[in-house]
Design a protein around this ligand. Sequence first.
Ligand code: AMP
Length: 394
Amino acid sequence: MQLRKIEDLELTGKKVFLRLDLNVPIKNGKIQDETRISEALPTIKYILERTSRLTMASHLGRPQNGGSPADSLEPVGAKLSELLEREVVLFPDYATESTIQLLNTLSKNQVMLLENLRFNPGEEANNVEFAHALVDGYDFYINDAFGTSHRAHASVSAAAELLSADRRAAGYLMQKEITALSEIVSRPAAPFTVIMGGSKVSDKISVILNLLNTCNHMLIGGAMAYTFLKFKGIDVGSSRVEADKMDLVETIFRNAESRKVQIHLPVDHLCANEFAETAAAIPVSGAIPAGLMGLDIGPETQKAFARVIRESKTVFWNGPMGVFEWPKFSKGTMSIAEAMADVRGKTVVGGGDSVSAVHQSGFASKMTHISTGGGASLEFLEGKVLPGIKLLMK
Ligand code: AMP
């Protein structure tokens, strides 16, 4: 099965419904990070070069009870207007009218942006009536919202199904994400190293198990490493451990052994006597004494991990090596980004915190691909067929 691409459609003069992921962080009406908007631009511009009849739609955050002004896409509309040099008309109320009627009222140099899709309960409920209001009357449905493709919501699922398969397609960002992540799961150049970090092994067990099918090395850091060390009988003091998840760790070790994957665990740590930003960073080699908790990987581990990374042809990274939000405990995470920047091969970063960490490191431009989809990229790497992507296949 192949993805139907936006380039496969004849869009000239047609009416196009475009699902985007414009879910950007906004504080006091100001956009904090425009990445998702700039990543959406190639698809928007491609469409606007062929037709002015465009309706764009996205969710923003997780609004409660119908949403509040703080959840409005208004700042996003203003930014888009500036970047596209056209008037972007935000339609706040489209629950009662079909959006095509609203689009028909616009002039040729105006484009439409629907207000936050999640203001309407029909969106998350994958409601068919709501889906009809969204896309009835359009010639084409384009989905470029990779970050939402794991959710069977109305604008991603029910709406797409209302148009025949030959009238829906993937935008450029969707294509880029799928190509980069497919290479990780199906044909990575060896040696392939996976770096997993973050808080819980239980959150990432399915991704870990699936990537063990294709990787040669797995480097484990972050809080999840302490559950692995504990399983091996190494004292971890008061570090965060998922004591009830030892069976998962056992499964990971068993699968790694049968697939000849080498699992690398931290050999030294930066510890603290309390979980606080102001706590002193205490270096510890080997077992962690009682009363101390590991909050970052230590310098020996950083060196060992960097050596494996630099010798790899493909690297995938998800999850920080420590509490990278606190400068004292961020070095381990930054050392991963630095080593990845030297790789002469493919480097892919996926998942929310590692994405912000790689930006913080200053090495973002050295990566082959940084996924815009947190949950979606992880579910994709679990090997799942995501509902939003399934509907874009030929
Ligand atoms: P995740 O969302 O699972 O990728 O987890 C990311 C979070 O894990 C970040 O907020 C980190 O601060 C946190 N984290 C990473 N390492 C540790 C650690 N050793 N102890 C406690 N929290 C950690």
